[in-house]
Structure formats: C-alpha cells, structure tokens
Design a protein around this ligand. Structure first.
Ligand code: GDP
Length: 289
C-alpha cells in the first residue's frame, strides 16, 4: 500500500538533487508535487494544506545543517512533518486495562479484536473479550470462534439486544482477566444510535483506551468517521487494517490526524497473527526511500 504516494514523493524530492541553495521556486514546485501526490492518495485536503505549509515555511526558513545538501535538508523536513502530524505511535502498555473497539462494519473490527487478544496473550497477559456487537447477526459466532482457537474467554449473548447489559455482565464474568477488549457494533454509516451506544459503553466500561479501526482502503470518508468517533469518545489510537492490500492509504492517514492520536497497530492479513505494532520511523523511511 501507499506505493503510488511513495513513488510520487520520491520523484518530487529527486528534483531537488544537485541544488546547492534552497530557492523559493524549487520549494514551491516541490510543495505542489507533494500536494498532488497526497491528494491523489486520498489524504484529506485540510491536512495536505497544513502539511505543505509547514514544509514550505521550514524549508525556506531553516538553514540546512552543516554537511547536509538541499535535498537531504528538505527530505528531513518532509520526514519530520509526516511523523509529527500523522504517524506518532501510540503507547501500548502491558498492564490491566479495558480497550473499547470503535469502527464501522467491514472495517475489520472483529478480526482485529481477536488479533489484539492474541497479541496481549502472547505477551503473557490474561485476556478476555466481550462481544457487545448486538447489531450484526453472526458477530458473536465469529468472535467466539476466533477466541476459542486461541483459548481466550469470550463473553456474549446472541439472543440479547442490549449491548450495555451484555457488557455489564461480561465485565463481571471476566473480572479475573487482566485485560478486556470490548468489540462494539459497527454499522454501515455513522448513525446516531451507534454513536450514542458507544458513548454509553465508554462510560460503563471506564475504558482505558478507545481504539478506532479503519480500513486502509477507505477514502475521504475516513476523516469524517474519525471525527465523529473522536468527538463522541476521544479516540486515543488508530488501528489501520488491510495494509496488505493495494489501497492508497491516505484516507486512513487523515483519520489518524483527525484524532490527534497515533497508529497503535496495523493489520496485515486475514489470520489472527497478522497484526503488527506500528513503527513510524521505519514506515516513513520506506515511504520516502
Ligand atoms: P467488522 O465488520 O468490522 O467486524 O469486520 P470483520 O472483522 O468481519 O472483517 C471484515 C473482512 O476484512 C473480513 O473478511 C476479514 O477477514 C478482513 N480483514 C480484516 N482485517 C484484515 C487485514 O488486515 N487484512 C486483510 N487482507 N483482510 C482483513
């Protein structure tokens, strides 16, 4: 993913090779190329403007450090701005906690819940899962099957429609577990009921973390989703799924910026092991070559 963005960014930066002084025209050209590359990768326009303004100002105002040529100087600024705005990593602690999962249907929320359970289990924690998704038929079967495979207790009740009641009972039933992950309902759209329920679940569970699951293939809608969930419950980490696909990825990046949090994990496949902690430096290094 992000292949197009990566090659466009590299091309834009290549044009600075051989330059010995940073001139305004060259920076303007670069910023235009960057904007085009970011927008065609679905990065939110407001974010593109913020990024390009910072890159332009810093490239023109900051002296290149000794021994650094113009291309390296600007590349470093582009790199730092991308890290600062979009890709700060989220701290993940191995201590007792409750994690509330947010996201729309199809984002990969249920699969990611199981992947996270596996991740923390492998780190030696006692993990339990609550299925508070009472909206999608089959949600409980899906998550409980995945949990059974990894021997993680999963609480749910496919006959019960009240997600708060299930969660309250689940918290009591799983009180021996150190870490609880609550899978919530996800609809096709941001409906008021969905938002209300997740607010109530956040209050009920006193969640330590509220992580938003976003599909890497999502375009401009990603920012809107992130904004609504963030306003409702204060998202403090994003998990981008389907990074193994060929998606443009810019929508998910914009979602991260919208929540002013960072990327906690990335999903890189369909199996329960396909979850990685996010390494911003490595990721951006690859992006900029
Ligand atoms: P939910 O509706 O948000 O709970 O979504 P699901 O967890 O049911 O996932 C929807 C689809 O996306 C399923 O077919 C998953 O196997 C798939 N999926 C989830 N995460 C990933 C990922 O990281 N990579 C790939 N390739 N597929 C994924």
């Amino acid at each position: 993913m992000l292949d197009n963005l990566s090659s466009s960014l590299k091309d834009a930066l290549k044009k600075l090779a051989g330059k010995t002084v940073v001139d305004r025209a060259a920076v303007d050209d670069l910023v235009k190329d960057l904007q085009r590359a970011l927008i065609s990768s679905d990065v939110n326009v407001k974010l593109v403007m913020e990024l390009s303004k910072a890159i332009r100002t810093r490239s023109l105002e900051e002296e290149p450090p000794k021994g650094m040529n113009v291309r390296e100087h600007v590349l470093r600024i582009v790199y730092q701005e991308l890290v600062r705005l979009v890709w700060a990593s989220t701290e993940v602690k191995l201590e007792p906690q409750t994690i509330l999962m947010a996201g729309l249907q199809g984002s990969g929320k249920t699969t990611t819940t199981a992947k996270l359970a596996r991740y923390f289990q492998k780190k030696g924690m006692k993990v339990g899962v609550i299925c508070a998704d009472t909206f999608r038929p089959g949600a409980f079967d899906q998550i409980s099957t995945l949990c059974t495979k990894i021997n993680v207790p999963c609480f749910g009740n496919p006959q019960e429609k009240d997600a708060l009641k299930i969660t309250r009972e689940g918290l009591a039933a799983l009180k021996e577990q150190e870490l609880i992950i609550v899978d919530t309902q996800g609809r096709h759209a941001l409906e008021a009921e969905l938002i209300k329920e997740i607010i109530d679940l956040n209050v009920l569970t006193k969640a330590t973390h509220r992580w938003l699951v976003i599909d890497a293939a999502l375009g401009q809608q990603a920012s809107e989703q992130a904004k609504r969930f963030h306003e409702a419950i204060g998202i403090d980490g994003v998990i981008i799924t389907k990074m193994d696909g060929t998606a443009k990825g810019g929508g998910a990046m914009s979602a991260v910026a919208e929540t002013k949090s960072g990327i906690a994990f990335i999903g890189s496949g369909e199996t329960i092991e396909d979850l990685e902690r996010f390494d911003p430096d490595g990721f951006i290094s690859r992006l900029l070559g």
